[in-house]
Design a protein around this ligand. Sequence first.
Ligand code: PHE
Length: 448
Amino acid sequence: MRENWTSKAGFILAATGSAVGLGNLWKFPYTVGMNGGGAFVLIYLFLVFVIGIPLMLTAITLGRKTQLSVYGAYKSIDRRWTFVGALGVICSFIVLAFYSTVGGWTLYYFKTALLGDLVTTDSEALQKIFHDLMTSPGNLIFYQTIFLLATALIVLKGIQQGIEKYSKWMMSSLFILLLMITVRSLTLPGSMEGIKYLFIPDFSMVTPTVLKNALGQMFFSLSIGMGSMITYGSYLSKKINLLHSAVMIPILDTSVALIAGLAIIPAVFAFGFEPSEGPSLMFITLPAVFASMPMGNLFAILFFILVIFAAITSSISMLEIAVSYFVDERKTSRNHATIITTSIIYVLGIPASLSLSGYYPINVGHLSLFDLYDQLSSNILLTTGAFFMTIFVGWVLKPKNAIAEIESSSIHFRLAPIWSVLVRYVLPIAILTILIESYRNFFQALFH
Ligand code: PHE
């Protein structure tokens, strides 16, 4: 018997846990910063509603219909499409390899905050903390290992006792912590600049690259395109209302991304940092914010706990893709599957961590291994996976069969005709158009 979530709320929290992660707290704010601010945010919101929500529905429906891992889901409907499932499993290894690198950084920052060494407004000192970590192979490896072990331990316990249980309490505490920190950031002098930057669009900044980045960011943040949502959907009972979940998860995820933007970007302005700083933004600017508030050290500790929770509830959903493949298709036990998959990720992930340190620069073309994994996953693999998924559901499974699955929990899907047109025509064309730009950009970054 396949395990099920204990309730709809349990599923929504686990799936939101998958969606809300480093993508929201770490990537979203700096991606907004690197792509010009308000216009990017607006495009992002538009994409969530037009592409994200319909595809979220597509993914969880596919999972619940087949009750199989992403690999089995495609294979059981049409063997010729098994490659898309295989792509998802491969992608989960690559994404987790770099995700766990950053997961390790958050653990290190948590420790630094605990020791009271993090909180200062001296931007040089903050840059030094980040730089010291990047050039310390021992620390990078140690913390990445701990992060992966924690992920594996939760997945090992299964759906109800592992993923659902931990997602529930981690996500609930995350919401509370995030609100506390945002209120503080918004009441800093100078934060108005940041709010303007986030919400007042300047359309002269919009280029095809910005569009491509917004789409990639959206798939990454919603965990769509490699099978997390298909896998989580496969543990749903037939009673659950899929429509409600498909709307709730993206709304919660997007709210957290915006709140994270509100917590981080105004502070960036208030302290005179650059919003286009890049991946180090969260690590370098936020401690300065904490330094300026009463009980700042406590807030810093709480914040990094929050980031760790968010990251782990996402990384377990990545690992579960691969674990469920081994359990369903290779008939291994969950324990074995977890050990095999975690080991593979470890072998891929350690070099990614090290590729950033000055001692072991590992480059592929012009990209460090870390950047290669990062760009490959958000800009290429997830978007490609999402593209195949719409074609598959639109033309192979056919919307009418998906709609029957959605309506099997005695609900009426009023927007079914619109959704069918989206899945068959609009989304594949839209995604493909942007995907071409993504491939062009990717190869350019790699070779030029
Ligand atoms: N959505 C997660 C985040 O925002 C990352 C993720 C991507 C998780 C793909 C699962 C699958 O951090």
